[in-house]
Design a protein around this ligand. Structure first.
Ligand code: HEC
Ligand code: HEC
Length: 411
């Protein structure tokens, strides 16, 4: 994570620095003027030649356009140079008519054959041949780029990193303590321990997990099944008394935050990030620990008579989270938390497919809906095993179902 951020800021630094105003010179030290044949030919080879695939069927000997002045060869490598000369000669003769005809701007026997980027590239090429555009070779532009970008200074990089990670400017002392990019490493460690960074993590991960939906007011605890969790709503017997009315909210708070607090925990403990999906525990606060019947000395909430709300909040902060293991549940990191399972629910016909599709989208870089086109002709679906047997369905369903099955027992 830290490496990612550091690279991110270096890239930003590069972008911000951009090109400085170095003189554009070629190898001989002369300013680049005119268009060398080598440059034009390079541009033709990389950006124009393949477009001729859509012309050659007619514009070749024997084709529909065989009586015109534009006769091309199939644009394979061996013919590139011949086609380059043909096109160049044609442009010298007829100029922008090449693009106008092919794009249908003027009547063209072949209709509209040139649009979008291929059209822009062809226009660019016409400009080079006519001398109205300047051809800059890719080799030269790469070396120009290399000489014209520089790294941001250490203090500016620190400033960018501080804004990104903690949302504030670095103090004067922090700035004076870094002289080289390497010094920033220790500062990043420090920034990533800050509460502001944790808040940013919570916000960012909730953007797709959506589990904060269950934060107090929505009763995340009610999602639990009372056979598996007989201690559910343990606070009811106290909730009529002043001082204890918050117990319910503190409990829901923790249950809604299980997935997100797990992510924060794994990052803060510097564990392998995969643990967010493999953790054999759930994050609990003193109150949800009670719901799950997890008794941790000096952590799990213990009822005391006649105390104030302030006393409870001070002794058992709702934001204090720990790892807890529920014996009856096979934990699978955030995937087995009750809020994840309810945000991405299953039904009798969906059969955990939604969970599989979302899990693959979020964590396995696989967008199942992008694997093939839909809708599919409904007459394709004649058998009741289409999702296993019809190739129009298996293209997606074979990728999806194995992971759906893994969710089966999680309710
Ligand atoms: C389906 C066949 C067909 C395709 C494909 C086709 N053309 Fe043509 N083209 C014609 C015909 C027929 C003519 C002659 C009639 C006319 O001038 O419109 C022609 C004429 C031209 C001319 C005028 C030639 C002259 O004698 O001055 C140009 C330029 C041209 N096409 C460019 C292109 C380019 C570039 C492409 C590919 C991007 C292309 N055409 C694709 C059929 C085609
Ligand atoms: C482009 C990929 C794709 C193709 C092709 C595809 N599916 Fe699906 N299908 C999905 C995804 C993704 C879901 C889960 C959607 C969700 O709930 O998020 C799904 C869900 C389903 C469901 C459960 C619907 C529900 O929510 O109750 C059925 C039934 C289904 N597909 C049948 C088929 C059949 C039959 C075919 C072939 C004719 C087919 N699918 C082709 C991606 C695909």
């Amino acid at each position: 994570m830290k490496k990612l951020l550091l690279h991110g800021s270096i890239i930003t630094a590069l972008l911000l620095t951009g090109c400085n105003s170095q003189e554009t010179t070629d190898d001989t030290g002369q300013g680049v003027t005119g268009n060398s044949q080598a440059c034009e030919q390079e541009y033709f080879d990389t950006s124009v030649s393949s477009t001729l695939n859509s012309c050659v069927s007619c514009h070749s000997s024997g084709g529909q356009a065989s009586t015109t002045q534009l006769i091309l060869l199939s644009p394979v490598t061996d013919n590139k140079s011949a086609n380059y000369n043909t096109l160049k000669n044609y442009i010298q003769l007829a100029g922008s008519q090449l693009v106008e005809k092919a794009s249908g701007a003027v009547a063209h026997g072949g209709g509209v054959q040139l649009t979008g980027t291929p059209k822009d590239n062809m226009e660019e090429f016409v400009g080079y041949v006519k001398g109205t555009g300047q051809c800059i070779s890719t080799t030269l532009s790469t070396s120009l780029l290399n000489t014209s970008v520089e790294l941001l200074s250490a203090s500016k990089t620190l400033r960018n990193a501080s804004y990104t990670i903690q949302g504030r400017a670095p103090s004067a002392d922090e700035v004076s303590s870094v002289n080289t990019i390497e010094d920033i490493d220790a500062k990043l460690d420090e920034y990533m321990k800050s509460e502001a960074f944790n808040e940013w993590l919570r916000l960012s991960f909730n953007d797709f997990l959506l589990t904060d939906f269950y934060k107090p007011g929505r009763r995340g605890e009610d999602l639990l099944n009372s056979t598996d969790f007989p201690q559910k709503r343990w606070w009811v017997e106290y909730s009529n008394t002043d001082g204890y009315r918050g117990l319910d909210d503190y409990t829901n708070y923790a249950i809604s935050r299980e997935a997100i607090e797990l992510i924060v925990h794994v990052i803060q403990e510097d564990r392998p990030f995969s643990e967010i999906l493999t953790a054999d525990y759930v994050m609990v606060n003193p109150f949800s620990a009670k719901t799950y019947d997890i008794n941790i000395d000096n952590f799990t909430y213990v009822y005391e008579q006649n105390v104030t709300r302030a006393y409870i909040e001070q002794k058992y902060p709702q934001d204090s989270f720990r790892e807890g293991k529920i014996d009856a549940i096979p934990h699978a990191g955030l995937l087995s938390t009750i809020t994840y399972l309810n945000r991405f629910p299953s039904t009798n016909t969906n059969l955990d497919r939604h969970r599989s599709a979302k899990t693959q989208l979020f964590f396995l870089d696989t967008d199942i809906l992008g694997l093939a086109n839909r809708p599919i002709n409904s007459t394709e679906v004649l058998s009741d095993t289409a999702t296993w047997t019809n190739p129009n369905c298996t293209v997606c369903h074979n990728v999806m179902e194995p992971i759906s099955s893994a969710f089966k027992k999680l309710g």
